[in-house]
Design a binder for this molecule. Structure first.
Ligand SMILES: Nc1ncnc2c1ncn2[C@@H]1O[C@H](COP(=O)(O)OP(=O)(O)OP(=O)(O)O)[C@@H](O)[C@H]1O
Ligand SMILES: [Mg+2]
Ligand SMILES: [Zn+2]
Length: 397
């Protein structure tokens, strides 16, 4: 059997398996139960969060023979059965009742005319033909206009699902004729547990921190997470890790700058320790990490400190427990005001570095300057976590 990438192998086949989009799946299931299905839908949201997947399950459910013939099943289960002839055709990819159309490469008026011709013919088997129009924001205005009439008076068997990552690019004339569903970024815990399920099914041992790191890197996209997992599995096998995935392995593969370095920066600031700061700068430069990446991570690190300061809890810090504890502790080293000033300064530095040639040297200077910034913040007694004022003896640089 040929190898199938994880994202395809584990594509959900029913509503219940679509993670974190219950607001969409529940509404669609209700409309199926009540027999109130619309003709135009817009599925919008980030890449890889389940738009195409949901559209396919919806199309399958609309044509499922069991759903049509068994009112009890329709009412209580409301899922494509996966067993009837229609469902099997869908699963095998041979159903004529679903047509996927990529608007990124077929976006001319002629393409839309062809589609419109096609839409006039009803299905031979089943009840509905579902047209999934992917990347619909790529259509030209003329192509959109050519579509309007069809959408206004669609044949009863036709259902259009427009999928897009850029909702704002869809003309209001189209959007107002559709039901709109916004797919969410998938929360880290849900990505993590989905990856865990996949690893279990593939008999791969993996530590939770490693999955969390993959999930974080994916930034809310399940497909991205699964693609990284594919890569990590290949990487781990090659290094003879006997099919097990470790945090270190993932960090190495993703060229992930360890949290340790971020804490070293804030420690250097808290301890008023320029030489420690220079060590961090050297570490970054020597190991060939990207300075901009480093600053990005450092800003995220400061954001974590701010979150802990403001919530007095680490629940919004997406890190392993040991690291969370450290945040809890270190939040007390700074006033929120000084953390915000560091963030402001780093944001500026990010911008400035883009236009610099001598950026390694400037990067070093910027890190050193953090120490100055914090120790120059005047005491603000009403703020929590106020540090006792330290003596000032900064070396000049
Ligand atoms: N909500 C989800 N629950 C479970 N798996 C998901 C979910 N979203 C995405 N996936 C996984 O990611 C893969 C890609 O998802 P899908 O094709 O539905 O994304 P999409 O939102 O259409 O993305 P794009 O905008 O790039 O077309 C699926 O095959 C599935 O394995
Ligand atoms: Mg898609
Ligand atoms: Zn069925």
């Amino acid at each position: 059997m040929s190898y199938q990438v994880i994202a395809r192998k584990y594509r959900p086949a029913k509503f219940a398996d679509i993670t974190a989009q219950e607001h969409v799946t529940r509404t669609i299931q209700n409309s199926l139960r009540m027999g109130r299905v619309g003709h135009g839908y817009i599925f919008s949201g980030l890449r890889g969060v389940g738009k195409t997947t949901a559209a396919r399950v919806f199309a399958k459910a609309l044509n499922c023979q069991k759903m049509m013939e068994d009112p009890e099943y329709l009412k209580n289960v409301t899922e494509p059965c996966g067993e009837c002839e229609s469902c099997r055709d869908f699963d095998a990819g041979t159903s004529f009742n679903i047509a996927e159309f990529d608007a990124a490469s077929n976006n001319s008026v002629d393409d839309i005319r062809t589609l419109r011709e096609n839409v006039r013919y009803g299905p031979q088997k089943g009840k509905y033909r579902v047209y999934i129009i992917d990347e619909v924001h790529m259509l030209s205005i003329a192509a959109f206009n050519a579509f309007l009439k069809t959408l206004e008076e669609p044949p009863p068997h036709a259902i259009f699902i427009f999928a897009t990552t850029e909702l704002h690019k869809i003309p209001a004339t189209i959007a107002s004729r559709c039901q709109r569903f916004n797919f969410k970024r998938i929360p880290l815990e849900d990505i993590q547990s989905q990856l865990q399920l996949i690893c279990d099914a593939e008999h791969i041992t993996v530590d939770a921190d490693a999955l969390q790191l993959i999930g974080r890197k994916a930034q809310g996209s399940m497909r991205d997470a699964q693609s990284i997992l594919d890569q990590v599995i290949a990487f781990s096998a090659e290094n003879d890790h006997e099919g097990s995935i470790s945090y270190e392995g993932v960090a190495e593969l993703l060229n992930y700058i360890d949290d340790e370095q971020m804490f070293a920066v804030t420690d250097a600031v808290a301890e008023h320790n320029p030489s420690k700061m220079l060590d961090v700068a050297q570490f970054v430069i020597r190991n060939g990490y990207d300075e901009q990446d480093f600053l990005e991570k450092l800003i995220e690190h400061l954001r974590n400190l701010l979150v802990v300061q403001n919530l007095s809890s680490t629940r919004l810090v997406e890190r392993p427990d040991a690291i969370r504890e450290r945040y809890q502790h270190d939040a007390g080293n700074f006033s929120p005001l000084s953390v915000m000033q560091m963030v402001d300064f780093l944001l500026l530095t990010q911008k400035e570095l883009k236009f610099q040639f001598e950026y390694q040297f400037r990067f070093e200077l910027a890190l050193l300057k953090l120490i100055d910034i914090v120790h120059a913040v005047p005491a603000a007694p009403q703020l929590p976590y106020q540090q006792p004022q330290k003596k000032k003896h900064l070396t000049s640089h």
